[in-house]
Write a protein that binds this ligand. Sequence first.
Ligand SMILES: [Zn+2]
Ligand SMILES: [Zn+2]
Length: 392
Amino acid sequence: MMNYAEVSERATALQDQIVAWRRDIHQHPELGFQEYRTAGIAAEQLRSLGYEVQTGVAKTGIVATIGEGSRVIAVRADMDALPVNELNEVSYVSQTPGKMHACGHDSHTAMLLGAARIFAEMANELGGEIRLLFQPCEETEDAEGKSGGQRMVEEGALDGVDHVIALHVASDIPAGKIVAESGYIMAAADSFYATIKGEGTHAAHPDLGVDPIFVAAQIINAIHGIRARRIDPIRPAVITIGAIQGGDANNVIPDSVKLRGTIRSYQDDIREKLWRELEAALALTRGFGGDYELQIVKGCPSTYNDPGVAAALRGVVTDLYGAETLVSNDPSMGGEDFAFMARKAPGAMFLLGAKRDDVHRPHHSPIFDLDESVFHMGTALLVSGALKLMRG
Ligand SMILES: [Zn+2]
Ligand SMILES: [Zn+2]
């Protein structure tokens, strides 16, 4: 039976191959639900390693299984890129203007392919089933409002899974440091689209209509008051209005104003309260003689790291790299659609610090990049973590 130190040695030996996969995928970024080439590379590798491979899951995703037994541990990577124009001057720069792997999902796919090799080398001693999930479209949703992780769950990719793990690189955490916290790590991320309806009229005679810009000003205040006055101060929540549109002349009062925004929270009861409070804030339009329409589009729920699974991950980090490798990190109000999987089977996502240099390279920015030298750690931890969970 391969022990964790041997897993780590194998991962280190695969380091150059993992970087090569990452650079190839980085040069050929594909947006959500269009990951045909990326999934093709993964499927070919997995088949050659002896996995049973199912393609076209959640449109462009892959489920690959190896090993047999009643216990099933799933390991997930996402594959999609972003509509960002890369500004890095590197040999592996994106070859497609306007598309870029600006969140590191290229490296997630590459590290999971590395893990796939190591699992295949111990196929007969896994003690259960390893299920690799290469999911499409983590960053956004399709026309039906569904992300790749949500579709994977709906199509049964997580059925029978005991635990699911995943990693996310972090361009702002020192290279080689690991975060594997218990509890909420990412927020539920819902969107809203509101129309404040007034009654258009001459700008010199606002009393003859209902000015939706004036009404919007009151509503925006009310919305910003929800977090401050209507939600338990010790529970995380935020509503941001990211867009406002209305009117197009200096001397015309328009008919309506549109607001768009995002709603973030951790606990489900707070999430639902935010929806109700948003509705109540918009209902104030009626007191001013106007009206409203509100559409709340539910995104991913909050990501909750199961304490037992997170502790198992921290255990293998300590065994392999020493306790000083673990760092703590504040939970984020960002969203992550691994949440759907972690709600289907108790799971956890760990962060792999991969800060490249002294430059601030935020995720989703045109200069996002990673320190590739730590990729072997991601591969080793995905394998060791899955083995530890398999053994219970
Ligand atoms: Zn992202
Ligand atoms: Zn991401």
